[in-house]
Ligand binder design. Structure first.
Ligand code: FEO
Length: 177
């Protein structure tokens, strides 16, 4: 009976491991965004701070979605250890470029999961992952837009940076800052 209630996990061992790795990646992303928010706060970039606080929250939600899925599928989600989070950055541009690289990296790990699910004929996991495929597209669009602002507005003066920070406020709102 116990076996019946618990149900054999529908997750293959390898898929479970990849999903647990993704849990850690999302948790790490969240922690990195928090560090970026702090740096922005310290430098007085209040809109960028808000941007990264929201990003941090979203990444935590992604982590929880994966976490719950692994447990719901009869696997065992591992609460991740998150260490070595960079706390210092060279500039506002450096932060947004790092954020874009991070999102591109996450997209590739999501794709790796989709490929693995497809290969293992794990259709339910493949279906579950579709939300993340879409989400990553949006996240990359936002991160790219933020980086573009530096070229469009320029970053020679404090006033330029002030304008960039102000424009960041609209990036997440999809207002096409
Ligand atoms: Fe959850 Fe932005 O990756």
């Amino acid at each position: 009976m116990k076996d019946l209630v618990r149900m054999r996990t529908s997750l293959a061992e390898e898929m479970q491991q990849l999903l647990n790795e993704q849990i850690k990646i999302e948790a790490t992303s969240s922690a990195k965004y928090l560090a970026m928010a702090s740096w922005c706060a310290e430098q007085g970039f209040v809109h960028s701070e808000a941007y990264f606080m929201e990003q941090a929250q979203e990444e935590r939600e992604h982590m929880i979605k994966f976490f719950k899925y692994v447990n719901d599928a009869g696997g065992r989600a591992i609460s991740p250890e998150v260490t070595n989070i960079p706390q210092d950055f060279e500039s506002l541009r450096d932060i947004f470029e790092t954020a874009l690289e991070q999102e591109i990296g996450v997209t590739s790990t999501i794709y790796r999961l989709v490929e693995s699910a497809r290969k293992g004929r794990d259709y339910i996991t493949e279906h579950f992952l579709q939300w993340f495929v879409q989400e990553q597209m949006e996240e990359e669009v936002n991160a790219r837009r933020a980086v573009q602002l530096f070229d469009i507005i320029g970053e020679e003066s404090g006033f330029n940076l002030y304008q960039i920070d102000k424009a960041i406020r609209k990036v997440r709102g999809g207002e096409g800052a």
